[in-house]
Design a binder for this molecule. Structure first.
Ligand code: PEP
Length: 250
């Protein structure tokens, strides 16, 4: 199983800035270990340009930060999995906490996106995570299991581990500078692993679980060594090639 090192660029970067960052990143990743895979989740508007920049680059994949669960139609402002593939990207994120909280996406809608994206050929990372209130209220397991159950409701049992990963991102650690401690990460990833083993049987053990939330070059190596951590999803520290490359190589 390759460790998946993912960058979420959120609503940052013009096409030119994205191209510059990718060129610098590709040169900084010379000597990247074979057991690491890199994916950049860029804004829709940059996907085509990024795909052109990466055309001779096999180590870095490209993804979109969201998709709509329909092939085409009267869905103003939305983007389908087919359109994302057409732009040269083959990954998508679903259920990011910013979409759940700012855009009010329900567990059910996230589940529809996840199964539709997979069915239409996109490798998918489903994001789950609890708020501070939920954690403090002792609801960690309940929240994670609910988000996983509904988020994966129509996903076929035999979905390949290469095509579907889970990102555990505690809402209170995203963009706050407050990284979850080792005990908190171990506890949450164990809940996700237990769920995956029941949901996907043997393939649940080899499905990747990423940690996300204020990952930086300084803490990445320690996080990557924890049990059931098979990669990271990085926001702020992925915007610059130098800091993200240090995380990938940590
Ligand atoms: C994210 O956006 O998924 C994220 C983890 O952000 P940050 O690394 O900035 O906390």
């Amino acid at each position: 199983m390759k460790q998946l090192m993912a960058a979420n660029w959120k609503m940052y970067k013009t096409r030119e800035e994205a191209g510059e960052t990718l060129k610098e990143l590709a040169s900084l990743l010379t000597g990247m270990p074979e057991n690491r895979e890199v994916v950049i989740f860029a804004p829709f508007t940059c996907l085509n340009a990024c795909s052109d920049t990466l055309k001779n680059e096999t180590r870095i994949s490209l993804g979109a930060q969201d998709c709509y669960p329909q092939k085409e139609g009267a869905f103003t402002g939305e983007v389908s999995p087919g359109m994302i593939l057409d732009c040269g990207a083959d990954y998508v994120l679903t259920g990011h906490s910013e979409r759940r909280s700012i855009l009010n996406e329900s567990d059910d809608f996230v589940g529809s996106k996840t199964s539709f994206a997979l069915k239409n050929g996109l490798k998918t990372i489903l994001c789950v995570g609890e708020s501070l209130e939920e954690r403090d209220g002792g609801k960690l397991e309940e929240v994670l299991v609910r988000q996983l159950q509904t988020g994966l409701k129509d996903v076929p049992d035999d979905t390949s581990p290469d095509c579907l990963a889970i990102a555990y991102e505690p809402v209170w650690a995203i963009g706050t500078g407050r990284v979850a401690g080792p005990e908190e990460i171990l506890e949450s990833h164990a809940v996700v692993r237990k769920f995956l083993k029941i949901r996907f049987a043997r393939q649940g053990a080899s499905r990747r679980i990423l940690y996300g939330g204020s990952v930086k070059a300084e803490n990445a190596a320690a996080i990557m060594q924890l049990e059931n951590v098979n990669g990271v999803l990085v926001g702020g520290a992925s915007l610059r090639a130098d800091s993200f490359s240090r995380i990938v190589l940590a």
